[in-house]
Write a protein that binds this ligand. Structure first.
Ligand code: FAD
Length: 497
């Protein structure tokens, strides 16, 4: 309600926001969550809540009239198509040098992601978050995050025999033939459900190629985990299709938060003003960074420090495909949920997930998403001419990540006498290097904030999402985002309530 006064307002309903809201509610605090995307709780005309990857429609993209698929081409042909303008689930947000994919809706990135739930190797952690106590993270907060997210591992015996992971077994064999360790990657997908999909006894999700545009059945998104717990407290109100546009100190204490209510074509229908004692920025690395950069530059929150908008990285994401010989068929049925990776982090700076290419036909292609130790960092800045926030990332800054990924795939190609595919990301383009799925940083812990996410310069303002992590987590990021949020909110509840 416009004019309302709330103790806590949380901007965004992804991992960071959900952890904050749950723990605050359990501590007895009433929480208002504000989410610019939709609720994703109502089936469309086809009886399903989410669209399939092979048949994108309005539900698939955030306010676009043309899809922007991460794999833009197949066999040399562009595969993007026209769709109706709608507040769909996947945002392909374009900056000058990079497209950043993000989830939109109640559940944030958990709605669209692959569910790969990876805890970094302990020895890599000090480089990820140098000011955070390693023992506390590995003894308390990573286990807490993994339990609450419902993380599990594929049954290795089933992996060895099921048709839908033929592609991953080829990935394992080829990695091992080149001397690289292959590791199973945990996931929040319900592995028992997937076995039933393979038996044909339940509606299919992973085995119907669902990923990117939502998952109708087997994946435990935040809707089924943290947000279900949040609803059970009865102390949290969630407002979808509401976008925060301003936060500024209120006369007499607290913060005035301005919120646009939007319709499903993105038009503002109402503007609301809420007074909040405390505000948690959990709009994701990009969303939080854009808000804070704008608020500092336009004089709404001038006391935020100079670290705002700094330290942004792409988690070193690069994608690539390889063409196999006919004896290494990767299967026409491919589970959309990756379950294994090639670990060459210590020696080559790359951890490569063996990813599906669920086209429904045999492609003889191996496909990979690599996370690399790319050291490049960008910054957000306010552009007064366009009234927008820019990101300084440049296309050429992906080169170190490509070189690190090649530490794995050049060797595999040499061993197997195979070549890279050049038809997946354009015409004669080998590397998927114009995008990231893993934006990180912009309000870095212990720099823009104190060591627990309290924004410097104001009391009662917090960042509690991927913006806290300076650009890289060495693996997929959401378990680390969740664990860090669990750590920070515990300290905030103990000292600030
Ligand atoms: P988010 O989850 O991004 O949540 C932020 C929320 O805030 C969003 O719902 C957004 O709509 C909302 N918001 C933004 N601005 C505003 C505003 N002004 N007002 C109101 N609401 C706002 N990670 C993994 O660990 N494993 C994977 O397998 C994996 N696969 C991925 C696949 C894809 C296609 C994508 C896009 C991402 C993937 N990721 C994966 C990354 C992971 O999803 C993100 O790192 C994670 O969701 C970030 O969490 P967060 O809490 O920082 O923010």
């Amino acid at each position: 309600q416009s004019g309302a006064h709330v103790p806590v307002l949380v901007i965004g309903t992804g991992y960071g926001g959900s952890v904050a809201a749950l723990r605050l509610a359990q501590a007895g605090v009433d929480v208002q969550m504000v989410e610019m995307g939709m609720a994703w709780d109502t089936p469309g005309a086809d009886g399903k809540i989410f669209a399939n990857t092979t048949n994108p429609d309005g539900r698939s993209y955030w306010l676009r009239t043309h899809t922007k698929q991460p794999l833009s081409n197949f066999l040399g042909f562009p595969i993007d198509r026209e769709i109706p303008l709608y507040t769909g689930i996947l945002d392909a947000e374009e900056f000058a040098g990079i497209t950043v994919y993000q989830g939109r809706g109640v559940g944030g990135g958990s709605l669209v992601n692959g569910g790969m739930a990876v805890t970094p190797k302990r020895e890599n952690f000090p480089a990820i978050l140098p000011s955070v106590n390693v023992d506390e993270m590995y003894n308390t907060y990573y286990p807490r995050a993994n339990t609450n997210l419902g993380v599990g591992l594929i049954d290795p015996a089933w992996f060895d025999t099921t048709d839908c992971y033929q592609y991953a077994r080829v990935g394992r064999k080829q990695a091992q033939r080149s001397g690289f360790p292959f590791v199973f990657v945990p996931d929040v997908y319900d592995w028992d459900y997937m076995k039933q999909e393979a038996l044909g006894t339940v509606p299919k999700s992973a085995l119907a190629g669902e990923i990117l545009y939502g998952n109708n059945y087997g994946k435990k998104s935040l809707q089924k985990t943290y947000i279900a717990q949040i609803r059970a407290t009865g102390k949290v109100n969630i407002s979808p299709l509401h976008k925060v546009t301003s936060v500024a100190p209120a006369v007499g204490g607290g913060y005035t938060v301005q919120i646009d209510q939007i319709d499903t074509t993105g038009n503002t229908t109402t503007t609301k003003t809420v007074l909040a004692d405390k505000v948690f920025f959990a709009a994701g690395s990009v969303g939080t960074s854009k808000l804070l950069t704008m608020l500092k530059a336009t004089g709404k929150l001038p006391n935020l420090n100079g670290q705002i908008g700094q330290g942004w990285g792409d988690n070193g994401n690069v994608m690539v495909g390889r063409a196999n010989w006919w004896w290494d068929a990767t299967g026409s049925l491919q589970a959309s949920i990756p379950c294994g990776g090639i670990d060459n982090w210590a020696a080559g700076g790359a951890f490569a997930e063996v990813a599906p290419l669920p086209t429904g036909i045999e492609t003889y292609a191996s496909f990979y998403l690599s996370i690399t130790k790319n050291p490049n960092r960008a910054q957000f800045s306010w552009n007064a001419a366009t009234n927008k926030v820019d990101l300084s990332w440049q296309q050429a800054w992906k080169q170190p990540g490509i070189d690190m990924a090649r530490s794995i795939f050049d060797k595999i190609n040499a061993t197997e006498a195979t070549v890279y595919r050049s038809d997946l990301f354009g015409v004669n383009k080998i590397w998927g290097d114009l995008l990231t799925y893993h934006p990180l940083g912009g309000a870095v812990l212990n720099k823009a904030t104190d060591n627990y996410g309290r924004l410097q310069g104001y009391s009662g303002l917090y960042a509690i999402d991927g913006s806290l992590i300076p650009g890289n987590t060495s693996v997929n990021p959401f378990v680390t985002i969740t664990a860090l949020a669990e750590r920070n909110i515990e300290n905030i509840i103990a000292h600030d309530l």
